[in-house]
Design a protein around this ligand. Structure first.
Ligand code: AMP
Ligand code: MG
Length: 323
């Protein structure tokens, strides 16, 4: 069975075809803001302009008759972007006369993470632009055990990067700078149970910049603080659930310092650390296609009249029927 999946909740527009064994095709065309951060309307315009081209490239590589279902990211995400993706997905499903599956974007990060890393039933740390959550399965639902109370860690990093004059996305550049930092300045460390907060950390780091601290040391202090917070809540969930697997997913998961901290924590607890290859960390079409396939094979499908976008779609809303 082959599923075509469309991802476009925010910056990355990506279409992929997968079957049970592998990712067969993936073509992406990311939106890169000229100034500032992601502008929802501009991102949606980018997606609307590029999506037909990407889809026709995909069908240059395999024939339309091979596609058995269309999956799309139904939410959470930016409303205008989600509407472009959903419109294209409905059109394709009707035109090819195949089923449609609306996929939760966070669930898709998690399922491709399990698929591509071999983790079975992990505590998942999902860290991206808009989200930061600690998730684990309880029976037939994934449950969020802790999450950010304000902005996602990726968004926090990008805000800091912009403030110190670095273009979007700031994550890789802050990681690079931090490698050359050495002096640790104390910053607000905000963990409440298994929840986190990053906005005060961003403001404090911005003030450090205003007072003339070296950007390498700011990046270093910021990463050490934020990643220690994330590692602490992951460890707390692991202990609470008596679990021994940690899976890292989401765009910020590409950060080697975050990976290193989580690995150290896992080693100290006798747990195992898992992460998918970098290409499946950030937003990608394959994760939507793969999760759509899992869901469809276990009884899910989305009627056209129920395929409206869900900007606040939570992972707990989806019943797990494939495990
Ligand atoms: P996603 O929404 O899952 O695609 O993740 C996008 C976010 O990942 C953006 O906020 C990026 O700045 C961030 N990101 C990408 N690479 C890195 C990195 N190496 N370190 C930290 N953050 C990163
Ligand atoms: Mg994402």
């Amino acid at each position: 069975m082959k599923a075509l999946g469309i991802e476009g909740t925010a910056w990355n527009l990506s279409v992929a075809v997968v079957d049970e064994k592998d990712v067969l095709v993936q073509i992406s065309d990311p939106y890169i803001p000229k100034v500032g951060g992601i502008h929802p309307r501009e991102a949606a315009q980018h997606h609307a302009e590029k999506l037909p081209k990407i889809i026709s490239k995909v069908f240059d590589l395999l024939s339309v008759e091979e596609i058995d279902l269309i999956a799309f990211s139904q939410g959470p995400g930016l409303g205008p972007c989600l509407r472009v993706v959903a419109t294209a997905a409905r059109l394709l499903a009707l035109k090819l006369n195949v089923p449609l599956v609306g996929v939760n974007h966070c669930l898709a990060h998690l399922e491709i993470g399990r698929w591509k890393s071999g983790a079975k039933n992990p505590v998942t740390l999902y860290v991206s632009g808009g989200n930061s959550q600690v998730i684990a399965r309880r029976g037939r639902r994934y449950r969020v055990f802790g999450e950010t109370l304000d902005i996602g860690i990726g968004n926090a990093i990008d805000k800091l990067a912009r403030y110190i004059g670095l273009p979007h996305p700031g994550g890789p550049k802050i990681e690079q700078l931090a490698r050359n930092g050495s002096k640790y300045y104390s910053l607000p460390y905000i963990v409440k149970g298994m929840d986190l907060s990053f906005s005060g950390l961003v403001t404090a780091a911005q003030k450090m910049y205003d007072s003339g601290v070296k950007i390498e040391d700011i990046a270093f202090s910021f990463q050490e603080t934020a990643f220690a917070m994330l590692t602490e809540v992951t460890e707390r969930a692991l202990a609470y659930l008596k679990n021994d697997e940690v899976l890292l997913v989401g765009g910020v998961g590409a950060n080697l310092r975050l990976q290193e901290m989580l690995k150290t924590m896992c080693e100290e607890r006798g747990a195992k650390f898992f992460a998918p290859p970098k290409e499946y960390m950030g937003d990608n079409g394959a994760m939507i296609a793969y999760t759509g396939l899992l869901m469809f094979r276990s009884g899910h499908s989305t009627k056209i009249e129920e395929s409206y976008v869900k900007p606040d779609f939570r992972i707990e809303e989806v019943e797990i029927t494939w495990l």
